[in-house]
Ligand binder design. Structure first.
Ligand code: HEM
Length: 393
């Protein structure tokens, strides 16, 4: 079944049009939709790498609009609200006979508290509108050999990535954005996550107790691996592709594995996060000194994911992970996992190439990818200064 035909049927109620009251955001929305038709593309080099806020929500949405004009109105409304939420403001007073303009959960003054909102676009968005602006390389998320995908948690016409320092700020933003677009967008799936503080230092730990996020490209490497630079599609320049994978972690099984086996599976020491051939988390592994994998097994996750060879150098990705906790499954097993996300300029050459190398790795016995999607994050609208995509990084 195609992603398109899996769309939930819904009778459009275009109440989002009323949301235009939030203010003019035409420029911003146009850029967010990748449909800014003229003007110089922003320089990718000016973008700082944003930190990972403590809480996040990933919300995939499906369009329920019938025409491009309606879709554009919806995007304007959404972008205006995104912009407003990222700015400290006092919600407008609408009198006592109308529903309040804000849920009030953040009190009388809405403070952003590190709020970053990115608007993403799945391949199916461009079937709906602006097909001529579809970025090369955006497509439906591929199913891999070790996946156990739950169709109700895959794909989406759009994605909102909402990150903030407090959980109530994330939920407030999510609630206001869905309220502003009710009738025009329906929620397809949603996953919340959190990123714990360093214990005691370095990258935050995942549910397996290992530091996660240690090795990531930085500086010029980051720029050349992450920002799209496609000469035939100048409007995408400085945008990026976001891959989201919802990965269940089978902690009941994991907790029965010896520490040495656990460490061999990742190639790192659990306590310090150092590679098995090093002393500190920041030490680079020296695979060339250990060609047969006596110290860091050839099947170790980090070694397969990034073999550090000239052949695989361009397949590196920028990762950002959030731990999720759900309830329990029918067997009483805890529903714990990782919202794995990565940014890259070319999904096939980077995420998919990395995922292919990881196929069949020992870790696959303890994890199970259940959902996610591929999304395009457009460049910021430098001209208007509106961070319509929430400041991608
Ligand atoms: C639940 C699933 C996963 C867990 C628990 C996990 C855990 C880890 C850990 C502990 C590290 C070492 C520390 C670090 O550098 O961050 C790591 C590294 C890495 N992982 Fe994963 N990971 C998961 C899924 C994935 C997926 C799906 C991909 C991509 C397809 C991936 C790609 C990478 C890469 C590229 C590195 C860095 C390797 C390096 O440069 O040394 N991981 N992961």
């Amino acid at each position: 079944m195609s992603a398109r035909s899996e769309r939930t049927e819904h009778t459009p109620r275009r109440t989002f049009l009323k949301g235009a009251a939030f203010g003019a955001a035409g420029l911003g929305a146009a850029a967010a939709a990748g449909c800014e038709r003229s003007g110089a593309a922003p320089s990718p080099a000016v973008r700082p790498v944003e930190r990972t806020q403590a809480f996040a929500s990933y919300v995939a949405l499906d369009l329920q609009t019938d025409t491009t004009a309606q879709t554009d109105d919806l995007l304007r409304t959404l972008a205006a609200r995104v912009r407003q939420l990222q700015t400290e403001h006092v919600p407008a007073s609408v009198g006592i006979s109308a529903p309040p303009s804000d849920s009030g959960t953040l009190g009388p003054v809405v403070a952003p508290d590190g709020l970053v909102i990115n608007m993403g676009y799945g391949a199916t968005f461009f079937d709906h509108a602006h097909g001529d602006r579809k970025p090369k390389g955006i497509k439906a998320m591929r199913e891999f050999e070790d996946d156990a995908l739950d169709r109700s948690k895959c794909h989406g016409d759009m994605l909102l990535e909402i990150r903030a320092d407090q959980q109530d700020v994330v939920v407030h933003a999510l609630r206001e954005l869905t309220r502003a677009t009710r009738g025009g967008l329906t929620v397809r799936w949603r996953q919340e996550g959190s990123s714990p503080p360093p214990r005691p230092d370095g990258a935050p730990r995942n549910h397996f107790g290992f530091k996660d996020g240690t090795s990531n490209p930085t500086g010029a490497d980051f720029d050349s691996l992450v920002w799209i630079d496609e000469p035939t599609q100048p409007w995408t320049r400085g945008g990026t592709f976001l891959v989201v994978r919802l990965i269940r972690m089978l902690t009941e099984f994991w907790d029965r594995v010896s520490i040495s086996e656990q460490e061999n599976m990742f190639g790192r020491v659990r306590t310090t996060g150092a590679p098995l051939d090093g002393d500190h988390e920041s030490d680079a592994p020296r695979f060339e000194d250990d060609p047969s994998g006596d110290i860091i097994p050839l099947t170790a996750h980090m070694r397969l994911a990034n073999p550090r060879t000239s052949d695989t150098d361009r397949s590196r990705i920028f990762r950002r992970a959030y731990n999720y906790t759900g309830g329990a499954d029918a067997n009483g097993n805890l529903d714990l996992g990782l919202v794995f996300t990565c940014l890259q300029r070319d999904i096939e050459a980077q995420f998919e190439a990395t995922q292919e190398r990881l196929e069949g790795e020992p870790l696959t016995d303890y994890i199970s990818p259940i959902g996610g999607g591929y999304f395009y994050l457009p460049p910021r609208d430098a001209g208007s200064g509106i961070s319509t995509t929430g400041g991608i990084l």
